[in-house]
Design a protein around this ligand. Structure first.
Ligand code: SF4
Length: 638
């Protein structure tokens, strides 16, 4: 390694400049080791996977050497919340501590910026409140994150910048365009903070992002899902909105407007027919929909050619052409390489095609553009090995290193897997036992309990019991009844609450101190093979001669469990209890993989759980009502 850089990294961490600029900073040996490894990686180049356990302070550990190296850097995070945390807090603090003159810039996906052309055309036609009108008229950067009131997504969809209908150089508002200004600032930055979606789609589109020497991908375990989405296809009602708005907001005469809206409705009905009657777990094969896809291609062409030459309608024509092109691409798809399925979560079904193996694409489109790529996360290993992520992320030749965590897990927390649990698939009996322990812990701790479920069905069974039997004075916060951020806000404010959560609560929830002291997990979190994407990924592994259980289901579940139990201990002073209500972790041979993947909690018999609570949790820990720095769940999309 470049000796100068190593020494400067050590000097910074052993000196007092970080203490002065970073509130609550204290030097940590593991953090210094990670920072030195990042420095070496920047010097040698190549791809690196660095697992940094919770509590290391990994952001500082990569920001310091990256800035000291004088390289041009991209830092990519999984969510906008984490992007803002880096941009507003961590990076400026290190820049100030080092006295660096590096220019730092944050760039978000274009859907996060107000489109001035659409605002000009649509503001009198779409109902929105005064606060939003005032924000849209005065915002300096057009970044919707700076709007501090509630805004319904159905309003924002009309006004956000979108590649489908951006007028580009023909736009009369191009000079003041928020998105293009942000992009041009990004080109000048020494440190560019972006997110995985923008990173992958920007690099795939070639011209969107400037070049850089070093890429740090934080929350690297979430890169596969983000990249799969960016490199796939999507078709549904939602992508037709720019067409309808383009026509509806135009100044043409009523007769012509009616004709064009009729053509748009025809296109819309053909798109809807493609997903008609298909459930989220049902298969969708393009071969069976060739005729329907052709109808979409023809209707899109008809609409685009009808408005050709009409300058005002060019964005709508462009959006219609894009819909036709996407339908044509669905017709060409190889089902060996892509999985097609219908997502039904939003208001309208969305037809998706997702590539099954994005490793080669990540190598070619992402890693190859940088001298050094560093993927980091608290969850990159399974039973101490990096094979799973190395394989999924196409980082076959990566240098891998795990840095552990500074926490004394065996001293700070206990893990119990009760005897005599019902089988994992007897939902009703299991729910009774899960609630029995959830209630006991919540009663002893006065709330402070997070119950994580592998299915909404199990959550609902426990919720019904909890509503009847919740000890007095405690509050029940259930996913599905309010937003994730609302639940976390109320949990912190209450101090006496129990959360019942599924998917998005398994990661990104940061409740340090005595706010959270018990985590109860209903089952080992194997992904449902009923989902077409999971099934297709498993089939691909089998076709290539591998075991889909050993190479996909098991490691994926182990990572998930690691994330779930990782909600408990968030600082050196935290104490608490984890209960896993699934005996397979101790009775099946593969259970060892789970136990070797999660932090080394002390395993105790269930009879000792409440003793531990009495001795180590009540009145201990750092009571904290401060807001979380993360809470960036999978739903917080970039
Ligand atoms: S250039 Fe594109 S994004 Fe910017 S204001 Fe014009 S249409 Fe909107």
């Amino acid at each position: 390694m470049n000796r100068g850089l190593t020494e400067r990294v050590r000097e910074v961490f052993s000196g007092d400049c970080l203490d002065e600029e970073v509130p609550g900073y204290s030097a940590r040996p593991l953090q210094i080791s990670l920072a030195e490894a990042v420095g070496r990686a920047i010097h040698t180049g190549g791809i690196h996977l660095f697992e940094a356990g919770t509590g290391i302070g990994k952001s500082m550990a990569y920001i310091v050497p990256a800035l000291l190296s004088g390289s041009r850097i991209f830092i990519s995070t999984a969510t906008i919340t984490l992007q803002d945390q880096l941009a507003n807090k961590d990076v400026p603090a290190v820049v100030a501590a080092l006295g660096s003159d590096a220019g730092v810039c944050v760039l978000k996906g274009r859907n996060n910026y107000l489109c001035l052309r659409k605002w000009d055309r649509g503001r009198t036609r779409v109902e929105s409140d005064e606060d939003f009108t005032s924000w849209a008229g005065s915002t300096a950067d057009g970044d919707i994150t700076s709007y501090k009131h509630e805004l319904h997504p159905s309003v924002w969809r009309h006004f956000r910048s979108d590649h489908l209908d951006c007028a580009g150089s023909a736009c009369p508002f191009r000079g003041g365009c928020h998105f293009y200004r942000a992009r041009s600032e990004a080109r000048k930055a020494d440190v560019l903070i972006l997110n995985h979606h923008l990173l992958v789609s920007g690099l795939a589109a070639e011209e969107v992002l400037p070049g850089a020497d070093v890429l740090v991908i934080d929350e690297g375990h979430r890169l596969e899902d983000a990249a799969s989405e960016c490199l796939g296809l999507a078709l549904g009602e939602a992508v037709l909105l720019p067409i309808f708005d383009g026509i509806a907001f135009s100044e043409m005469d009523t007769q012509r407007k009616a004709l064009l809206l009729e053509l748009a409705r025809k296109l819309s009905s053909y798109v809807t027919e493609l997903t008609y009657g298909v459930t989220e777990t049902g298969p969708w094969d393009p071969v069976e929909h060739m005729e329907g896809l052709s109808k979409v291609v023809i209707a899109a062409k008809e609409l685009a050619s009808e408005v050709e030459g009409d300058e005002e309608l060019q964005p709508a024509a462009q959006a219609a052409s894009a819909v036709g092109t996407t339908a044509g691409m669905f017709q060409e798809l190889s089902t060996e390489e892509y999985c097609c399925f219908v997502e039904t979560e939003g208001r309208h079904p969305l037809l998706k095609a997702v590539p099954l193996d994005i490793g080669p694409d990540l190598r070619e489109m992402v890693y190859s553009r940088f001298d050094t790529t560093i993927l980091t996360s608290a969850t990159l290993t399974v039973a101490g090995e990096f094979d799973f992520f190395r394989d999924r992320l196409g980082a076959w030749d990566a240098v891998c290193r795990s840095f552990g965590s500074p926490f004394d897990y065996a001293g700070q927390a206990v893990l119990s897997i009760p005897d005599g649990l019902p089988p994992h698939d007897s939902h009703e009996d299991l729910a009774v036992t899960v609630w029995h322990w959830g209630r006991k812990l919540a009663e002893a701790l006065g709330g402070r309990t997070l119950m994580l479920f592998t299915s909404y069905r199990n959550l609902k069974l426990v919720k019904d019991m909890a509503e009847r039997e919740l000890p007095q004075g405690l509050e029940l916060l259930t996913q599905g009844e309010m937003s994730r951020s609302g639940i976390l806000r109320d949990f912190r404010a209450s101090g006496r609450a129990v959360i019942l959560g599924t998917a998005s609560f398994w990661e990104g929830v940061d409740l340090p101190g005595s706010m959270l002291q018990a985590v109860v997990i209903d089952r080992l979190p194997f992904a449902s093979p009923g989902h077409p994407l999971t099934r297709a990924r498993m089939d691909l592994i089998e076709r290539r001669g591998g075991s889909s259980f050993a190479r996909y289901s098991l490691p994926l579940a182990a990572v998930r469990l690691k994330q779930g139990v990782g909600r408990l201990i968030r600082s050196m002073d935290d104490t608490g209890v984890v209960m896993i209500m699934d005996r397979r972790i101790v009775t099946r041979p593969y259970g060892r993989i789970f136990l070797d993947s999660i932090p080394p909690f002390r395993i105790v018999h269930e009879d000792m759980v409440l003793d531990f609570v009495m001795e180590h949790c009540l009145g201990s820990g750092v009571s904290s009502s401060k807001g979380s720095v993360e809470d960036a769940g999978p739903g917080d999309q970039a």
